[in-house]
Ligand binder design. Structure first.
Ligand code: WT7
Length: 656
């Protein structure tokens, strides 16, 4: 099997045992594993009781309609009530929920009482706009408090939100609006990026209006309103009747609103993620099980103490990490958290450390890519700051190489902070495999063990479980509360993508390669499908290929993820030009890169594009990506015996 990975070659490393001091105060104890082992469903029922249920559930799991699970199905709750109201009712209204830090240097503290007033106002406005339970709302916003308020207002009303990362193009936004038939789009006039305002509303207009000659000729049929928060005070064009300002509607609405309960299986959100085909999948998550597991994991994996810790997850709400570990997990646990709008080097590379010092951040959850970027910038930068408030570090998105892991612990964590390397996916909804701080001895680079209540196996092609040492596929062999409930509008694709590989066994196929080392620690080795992982973002090779062939000069494209020291993988493309098209070299390559940015997003922009005369194909016409990856990574070619014409590589190498 092929895996792409960085730095998992040193599994025979010493492990870091938790300090007695940390263990003594930790939320989690070894007893959690025993409790879950003893009675898994009873364990989850107990975790679900962390939440407030308007109607208590009597049933834990219904798997009779597998692979679509129902968790706590006869229970009713309101997700927003759990994240906001109950903390205010419990007397914590004055506690800061969000220390918000704007990129240009403005900041705002939002208490739980403020959040309740804001969410109530937004809920009242959305109701006035005629939105009702089950309707879909697209959210296309930078990291400002109103983005979180919008998500919670949807949750409060039983509206299903679809957050689209604000870096995505108009084309990507439009296809997501259409797929979910969103009635409302919530957005901003612009966003701050590296000290300058960048347009956002313009992109929404382009997506919603469509235009002759563009990918979408007509206006989006489903969209009735566009609700706009003023953030950069930029000039925007306006469609009367459709467009509304937040400050003229939400900010003037009543601050009281009573949350109604919804069934546990009510859809909470759709989040699009890349699969192996060009069309993104709308992953569906529901309410009770999702909130149970995000709450449980946030409490135990991050050892979070309400009212004491200051928590910071550096993700964007456009990704699942932002949904689960900025919005739902932390707020359900009454966290005080930092939300930062901008890039880590604006105005300079000290920004994160300044923020940590300013708010005395104690729990810091980020990605390996960012850690490697910090390493590149130099340790003198974090060392110039007092980071002594930090007591726990987290990593997510891709395997963290041992060198980055040690640097993170030594330079940012004062040589003592435990690191939780958390493996999970958009589809799993919440953390699945991770150390428990205070319990697990950790090895740099290993996600260690499935959490209490979670079942995982590493198996070969024939579903045979592998012992220590063997590389195989990661499967989840029992349903879990935060699992996806399907792909929006395409249940066949849901079954096919995740459940057909091990259909007989009824296991979920995660798409990752993994192994247990000689001590039984679990190492996730990277994707085994045609999905790349660039800076922790999932991008499919065929999505980028489709974007490239929309350029008039391109006849065919093949894309691979090649190892990259900073971003984990970098996108490398090989294109063949149409007959008669001139190869203008750098000019054409620049055009093609811009094309991908425009079609998908700047995050999908290839690192390298080679214009080549031919692509390596098997006799059945399949492009041999494995060999292209060898070329891209400068390796000797692997087995070329199945190729139609092994000589194509001489031509390909000349093209680079
Ligand atoms: C894929 C899921 C989970 C939120 C962010 C990404 C990779 C994620 C780890 C980790 C090794 C990891 C996997 C997974 N991945 N976390 N700790 N160690 N690999 O969510 O976009 O749905 O991507 O990210 O390959 O399948 P996503």
């Amino acid at each position: 099997m092929t895996t792409s990975t960085s730095g998992t070659d040193e599994t025979a490393v010493a492990s870091y045992a938790p300090s007695a001091e940390f263990a003594a105060q930790a939320n989690a104890g070894a007893d959690l594993y025993a409790a879950a082992e003893n009675d898994r469903l009873g364990f989850w029922a107990e975790q679900a009781r962390r939440l407030h249920w308007h109607t208590p559930f009597t049933e834990v799991l219904d798997w009779s309609d597998a692979p679509v699970a129902k968790w706590f199905a006869d229970g009713e709750l309101n997700v927003a009530y759990n994240c906001v109201d109950r903390h205010v009712l419990d007397g914590h209204g004055d506690q800061v929920a969000i220390h918000w830090e704007g990129e240009p240097g403005d900041s705002r503290d939002v208490t739980y009482s403020d959040l309740l007033a804001d969410v109530s106002q937004a809920a009242n406005t959305l109701t006035e706009l005629g939105l009702a339970s089950g309707d879909r709302v697209a959210i296309y916003m930078p990291m400002i408090p109103e983005a979180i308020v919008s998500m919670l207002a949807c949750a409060r009303l039983g509206l299903t939100h679809s957050v689209v990362f604000a870096g995505f193009s108009a084309t990507a936004l439009r296809s997501r609006i259409d797929d979910a038939e969103a009635k409302l789009v919530i957005t901003t006039d612009g966003q701050w990026r590296r000290g300058k305002p960048a347009p956002i509303k313009d992109t929404v207009d382009e997506a919603v209006d469509g235009a002759a000659g563009s990918a979408f000729e007509n206006a989006a049929a489903s969209v009735e309103h566009v609700l706009v928060v003023k953030r950069t005070d930029s000039e925007v064009s306006w469609t009367d009747g459709r467009d509304l300002w937040w400050h003229e509607t939400v900010a003037k609405a009543s601050k009281t609103h009573e949350a109604q309960p919804f069934p546990a299986e009510h859809p909470l959100f759709i989040l699009y993620t890349s699969g192996t085909t060009g069309k993104p999948k709308g992953i569906i998550h529901t309410s009770g099980g999702y909130l149970t597991q995000t709450s449980y994991t946030h409490h135990n994996v991050f050892d979070h103490k309400a009212g004491k810790d200051v928590y910071w997850c550096t993700a964007d709400i456009g990704w699942v990490t932002g949904h689960s570990y900025i919005v739902y997990g932390p707020l359900s646990n009454r966290a005080t958290q930092v939300v930062y709008e901008g890039t880590p080097n604006s105005p300079d590379e000290h920004r994160h450390w300044n923020v940590i010092e300013k708010y005395k951040v104690s729990i810091y959850y980020t990605s390996p890519t960012l850690v490697r970027t910090f390493m590149k910038w130099g340790k003198e930068i974090p060392e110039a700051h007092d980071l002594s408030s930090i007591r726990l570090l987290g990593s997510v998105g891709e395997p963290i190489n041992p060198e980055a892991w040690r640097w993170f612990r030594d330079v940012v964590g004062g040589g003592t902070a435990p690191i939780v390397d958390t493996w999970w996916q958009t589809e799993t909804g919440a953390i699945m495999i991770s150390p428990l701080p205070g319990v697990t001895s950790t090895k740099p680079g290993s996600a260690m063990t499935p959490l209490p209540g979670i079942c995982a196996k590493i198996v070969d092609d024939d579903a045979k479980p592998l012992g220590n040492g063997g590389n195989g596929y990661l499967v989840l062999d029992e349903p879990w509360p935060a699992m996806l409930r399907g792909i929006w509008g395409d249940m066949d694709r849901y079954k096919d993508t995740y459940w057909s590989r091990y259909a007989e066994e009824g296991w979920y196929f995660a798409g990752d390669g993994a192994k247990y080392d000689e001590d039984g620690a679990l190492w996730v080795l990277g994707r085994v499908d045609d999905v790349m992982n660039v800076s922790g973002h999932r991008i499919s090779t065929s999505e980028v290929e489709s974007a490239l062939v929309t350029h008039h000069s391109v006849a065919e494209a093949a894309v691979v993820g090649a190892a990259d020291d900073t971003t984990g993988q970098g996108i490398v493309a090989f294109v063949i030009l149409r007959a008669g098209e001139e190869n203008t070299g750098d000019a054409l390559i620049a055009e093609l890169k811009a094309q991908v940015s425009k079609e998908i997003s700047p995050i999908a922009r290839p690192r390298e594009i080679s214009i080549v005369p031919e692509l390596p194909k098997t006799r059945s016409g399949k492009i041999m990506r494995r060999l292209l990856r060898d070329v891209a990574e400068g390796r000797e070619l692997g087995d070329v015996s199945t190729l139609v014409d092994p000589k194509v590589f001489e031509a390909i190498k000349k093209g680079r």
